[in-house]
Write a protein that binds this ligand. Structure first.
Ligand code: MN
Length: 230
């Protein structure tokens, strides 16, 4: 059988030191995983349970530092959120915290780009966040690095500079939910699959960016992500 319309290309990320690509199955995102960011958004973090939203795999892009990334339409408050991204090599359901990190393929530096005005309007109206969070180029990632090269999900400086000014600065050790806890919890909601990505939440300091801005995100031991907006 042939397809009635052209199927979408597989969204994929490059892998440092490899000529293979990592195909993206889904992109899960964790909300409010650093207490200081939750506070700046007017929320108190609860340890009851982490919460999630998703980005379409087609909306996640490798940011190679050369090709500019377009600012999306219909926003006057387009925000950066620098995040550790984990990529899964193995899936499963009911994954234990103890074995969760065995499922990791690698890590990337990511940006959860957000139309904050649309997200806020959705919150106010108790509607879904989709138009605020899931749009073309809303998930930007560096190349993946594989564990063993000094990459750790639980410790390390994470920062974002915009036009040379430090905007976000934190440490992975300050995450409310560890990556192992997130994988274990997500695996009670979904059957996780190879190719799944997890955006693990952002530290404090989110703010607006506009066309012409240059963003540089860094996570200690994992890499650097460079984005120029048009
Ligand atoms: Mn986020």
């Amino acid at each position: 059988m042939s397809y009635a319309v052209t199927p979408p290309p597989i969204s994929a990320l490059p892998i440092l030191g490899s000529n293979q690509l990592f195909p993206i199955h889904r992109a899960f995102c964790v909300g409010r995983n650093y207490a200081a960011h939750a506070a700046e958004m007017g929320n108190v973090v609860d340890r009851e349970a982490p919460f999630y939203f998703l980005k379409s795999p087609q909306h996640v892009a490798f940011a190679n530092g050369k090709d500019p990334v377009p600012v999306p339409p219909r926003t006057d408050n387009y925000h950066h959120e620098i995040e550790l991204v984990a990529a899964l090599a193995k899936g499963g359901s009911g994954i234990s915290i103890d074995t969760a990190l065995d499922h990791i393929f690698g890590y990337a530096v990511g940006l959860d780009m957000t139309r904050r005005d649309l997200q806020q309007d959705s919150k106010d109206k108790r509607r879904s966040w989709d138009t605020g969070k899931d749009f073309e180029f809303s998930g930007l990632c560096s190349a993946l690095c594989q564990p063993g090269a000094g990459a750790r999900p639980d410790q390390g400086a994470i920062s974002l500079h915009v036009n040379g000014d430090l905007r976000q600065s934190g440490n992975l050790a300050d995450q409310v939910w560890s990556l192992a806890e997130i994988i274990a919890d997500l695996s009670t909601l979904y059957t996780l699959m190879p190719g799944d990505l997890i955006f693990t939440g952002t530290p404090a300091g989110v703010g607006p960016v506009v066309a012409g801005d240059a963003l540089v995100g860094t996570i200690e031991g994992i890499g650097t992500l460079e984005v120029r907006l048009i």
